[in-house]
Design a protein around this ligand. Structure first.
Ligand code: SAM
Length: 270
């Protein structure tokens, strides 16, 4: 049984300043490689309750604002706030519009008043929050009764091919840690929000070689920032070891990279 009193991931997640700095640096390259992110956010939009028309919405962890603009188009009479911890992302998103306000903030401590939002939409951001129970409690606080918190996140099994390949080379942590799906289930059940839907779906991308995958992760700002990650230069022998280990996963379409995506639509009871 998972211990709910210990919502932080084993070993912890990277320092938030590092997360913000890494995503800020990636703001210019992010959209050119964010195919999976667009697909996942699109699926999350699709899962919103039919005929649900929020007046005030929040795009939590908005990144370059792709989904702030999609939300703005879908709900033209609504008023949107786009929030992110990375100033560089906000600076990129702000001129492109979609939301009325672009604000810096942390999903674990949202700088918003109680009961002010009808919808919180968050695609592929909360996997960066070590204290997901706080995100849920903040969502509960900020939502109006009847409001919806829709999020997509990542769980264990994500990038397992890269993790296993590195483990064969040096046994070190090279891939960000993710919560178990059952921890998402338990934390959501304990949040006071009612689950309209909560499920886990695998998305598998393919790459011609390992370098294409690791370059993409870097361009997304999502490369490994874990405490305990190996420091210093990556030696040629270790890279060759990684390439050889990853080749064991090769399929007809190329080298697979699996993302285990959690999709949740939660409602604050009336
Ligand atoms: C993978 S990007 C997703 C961006 C956007 N939602 C999309 O789907 O394209 C993750 C975003 O979450 C933001 N983020 C990470 N931790 C956060 C936190 N604690 N609070 C708010 N935003 C955070 C990052 O700065 C980054 O812009």
């Amino acid at each position: 049984m998972t211990d709910l009193s210990f919502p932080k991931l084993p070993g912890g997640l990277p320092d938030k300043r590092q997360v913000a700095a890494s995503f800020s640096r990636a703001a210019a390259s992010y959209d050119s490689v964010a195919e999976l992110q667009r697909d996942v956010g699109g699926q999350l939009l699709h899962r919103l309750p039919q005929a649900f028309v929020p007046r005030r919405w929040l795009d939590l962890g908005c990144g370059t604002g792709y989904f702030s603009r999609a939300l703005g188009e879908r709900f033209p009479d609504g008023q949107g706030v786009a929030l992110d911890i990375a100033e560089g992302m906000l600076n990129h998103a702000r001129p492109l519009g979609g939301a009325a306000h672009f604000i810096a903030g942390d999903a674990e401590r949202m700088p918003l008043r109680d009961a002010t939002c009808d919808l919180i939409f968050s695609s592929l951001a909360v996997q960066w929050c070590a204290d997901f129970a706080s995100v849920l409690s903040e969502a509960h606080r900020v939502l109006k009764p009847g409001g919806v918190f829709a999020f997509a996140s990542l769980c264990v099994g994500t990038l397992f091919e890269l993790r296993d390949s590195w483990r064969q080379v040096d046994g070190m942590v090279h891939v960000n840690r993710f919560r178990e799906f059952n921890v998402y289930q338990q934390l959501c059940a304990a949040s006071g929000l009612r689950a309209i839907s909560l499920e886990n779906q695998a998305h598998v991308l393919h790459y011609p070689d390992v370098r294409s995958l690791t370059h993409e992760l870097k361009a997304l700002g999502a490369h490994n920032l874990n405490p305990g990650r190996p420091g210093g230069l990556t030696g040629r022998a270790r890279i060759l070891g990684l390439v050889e280990a990853y080749e064991q996963f090769r399929q007809a379409q190329g080298l697979p990279a699996t993302y285990q995506v959690v999709y949740a639509v939660l409602e604050k009871p009336l």
